[in-house]
Design a protein around this ligand. Sequence first.
Ligand SMILES: Cc1ncc(COP(=O)(O)O)c(C=O)c1O
Length: 363
Amino acid sequence: MNINFSNLQFQYQKYKSDIDANIQAVLDKSNYIAGEEVNNLERELEGFTGVKHAITCSSGTDALLLAMMALDIQPGDEIITTPFTFIATAEAIALMKAKPVFVDIEPDTFNINANLLEDAITDKTKAIMPVSLYGQPADMNAIQSIADKYNLKVIIDGAQSFGSTYNGKTDSNLGDISTTSFFPTKPLGCYGDGGAVFTNSNEYAEKIKMMRIHGQSKQYQHKYIGLCGRLDTIQAAVLLAKLPHYTQELVDRQQVAQHYTDALSDSVQVPVIKSNRSSAWAQYTVRVDNRDTLQAKLKDNGIPTAVHYPVSLHLQKCFQYLNYKQGDFPISEQASEEVMSLPISALITDIEQKHIISNLASY
Ligand SMILES: Cc1ncc(COP(=O)(O)O)c(C=O)c1O
């Protein structure tokens, strides 16, 4: 048996008629940029998330840049974030010429540890950027109350967590600005690059809409230096075909995750989802001792795995200038040696899951 890590071909076959029809409609109209599908998708995303403004854009990375531009982040400003995330989180901060300041993670959720935040705050700190890693929001009440106390903004990197909840609200509807990615393998993915920014603030929304189109207030009138940061109409058309199925996909992903957890909790350290939260299950990530050997054994049996992420960001070469060293964030460093993600999607079959479980349970 050869298992697929994220099942994108199967997914396309399932929604093919709607996706093809939607793409064909864009081709027929040739409205490739800023077509009506983009606007329709944004209204649908607002309905789904409960947020006042959903503004689509070119990627999850650009969504973070747009969020920081809207908050007027300046060179030298400090933004506190987690070292245990995909590079884009801290890369976007650095691209703004701001300084990423890392704070270690909780060992169970892998998310930023709110108890350590206050020690990292200085008079240059402007914002906290928690990441909803693997699909589960961070401890947003604790983070928000520290942000309120020190007058900081909160930008959520929700690239992996579209549709997840914290105390019943989607994580797009928390913080000052929240973002997501529609990269193809994300829980809600398009078929190219894409992303979105969410906010309940009219002021930020207006600025983000200008920033994603070269800071333009009216055609050829440029109020700000912005980005070429729009979502293509064809990608909006793909997402419009997939979004109606997404609530069911989240239920199916939850079921797959629960099945893993029930079957594997005696063999490996399974993910912990806090009782006031739900995960979008971008990844189902376990902790194991002898990861290399296990990955090789699983590969031999047709089971692909992945490591999210093998190097903590404070130890990446591109962040050497921040002068962090090995040992600064021990929980994150240990996680980077032990985590291993298993195949998960709404479309993984029972037979495939049984095969994965029997290989892992006997390890
Ligand atoms: C945590 C996190 N932030 C940001 C991004 C960037 O998203 P994109 O690839 O759409 O730019 C990703 C994508 O993998 C991510 O996982």
